[in-house]
Design a protein around this ligand. Structure first.
Ligand code: AHR
Length: 339
């Protein structure tokens, strides 16, 4: 992994201002060499713009991608962490274009606002692979997308809740729900919110009291849950659009003197199924977690190798996913899980 932002900027400046519009390969190579960034022609250069490090899921995703694109595997990886800011991602993609990387991998923090920079990548002839989250652009602006069916995950959570309420004899009861939403406008937020809402529409006795943004972080999840508990005394269910927000919600619920999980008075449903969520399930703090598979690295590598061989790839590729709850043999299941 190479993270040399200062040098990259120096190289970018040299490239922008040193070539009077038309870029010449020799001068570019010299500029990059001066900045210590000469291209290894034997390796495929891949620029990765990651969202940030907001959650356990994200860190597992970063590890998976970084370990797939190593020099031993034939790749030169340039990794940029956008710290949850779209402007940083746009800057990173522009730097990748200046460096003439062979491929760009982009996990767009939100779905909108990508047309201009993806058009620039297309004009430069650099294939862009979208990963995890989607961008709302013309489909000829990216080569393919791989990620999760977030809407299906939200539906699964809704169906799980319906079954659980029925098994507890609460099918006809008035059920009060709140949601901790992920980053507004991100595919994971949009899909999970809509998926759960589609099941809610089938249950007239379910009421969504409030939905608040928790930005996919534990700290924000806790803060938002504190406010929700102050405003609503009668919460039955909390939908947390990722595990980290669920961990924050559990802390807030306990601090308020309330209980949660299968034996508590508030049901907690979550998404991701990271290792710490297994701990929370085993501790009886949350009821179920709906898997979001972060292991994109090997599939991304396969896609780039296929493209490098001049072969086509499927435009849309979904990850395989399931869910976990406290009725399962979680100790046994977690042994085989790598995140
Ligand atoms: O886009 C995937 C989501 O982003 C994961 O659910 C969440 O943990 C992450 O931050």
């Amino acid at each position: 992994m190479r993270i040399k932002t200062g040098l990259l900027l120096a190289a970018a400046v040299l490239l922008c201002f040193g070539c009077a519009g038309k870029r010449e390969t020799e001068r570019e190579t010299a500029a990059l060499a001066d900045a210590g960034l000469e291209k290894n022609e034997n390796l495929i250069t891949v620029g990765v713009s990651q969202v940030g490090a907001e959650s356990d899921w994200r860190n597992a995703n970063t590890r998976s991608i970084c370990s797939a694109f190593t020099p031993e595997n034939g790749f030169d990886l340039i990794y940029e962490d956008a710290q949850q800011k779209q402007e940083n991602q746009i800057k990173a993609v522009r730097n990748f274009i200046l460096q003439e990387v062979d491929y760009i991998i982009l996990s767009p923090i939100v779905e909108t606002g990508w047309e201009a920079v993806l058009q620039e990548a297309k004009d430069a002839g650099i294939p862009v692979i979208l990963v995890d989250r989607m961008a709302e652009v013309d489909e000829d602006l990216y080569t393919c997308w791989i990620g999760s069916d977030f809407e299906k995950e939200g539906q699964e959570a809704g169906r799980w809740l319906a079954d659980d309420l029925e098994s507890r004899g609460r099918k006809e009861e008035e059920i009060k729900i709140v949601t901790l939403q992920g980053t507004l406008g991100s595919s994971a937020q949009i899909g999970r919110t809509e998926g759960f809402a589609s099941v809610m529409r089938e249950h007239k006795n379910w009421t969504m009291l409030e939905m608040c943004e928790g930005d996919f972080t534990q700290a924000k999840g806790e803060e938002v849950m504190e406010g929700l508990l102050e405003r609503h005394a009668d919460i039955d269910v909390v939908i947390c659009e990722n595990d980290n927000m669920a961990f924050g919600a559990v802390d807030a619920i306990h601090a308020a003197g309330r209980t949660c999980g299968p034996d508590g008075d508030i049901t907690i449903l979550s998404f991701d199924a990271v290792q710490a969520a297994f701990d929370a399930l085993l501790a009886g703090e949350i009821n179920a977690t709906f898997e979001c598979n972060p292991l994109h690295g090997p599939r991304l590598r396969e896609i780039i190798q296929t493209l490098a061989d001049g072969k086509p790839v499927d435009k849309i590729q979904y990850m395989e996913e399931t869910y976990f709850d406290t009725t399962m043999d979680l100790e046994e299941i977690r042994k085989t899980r790598v995140y």
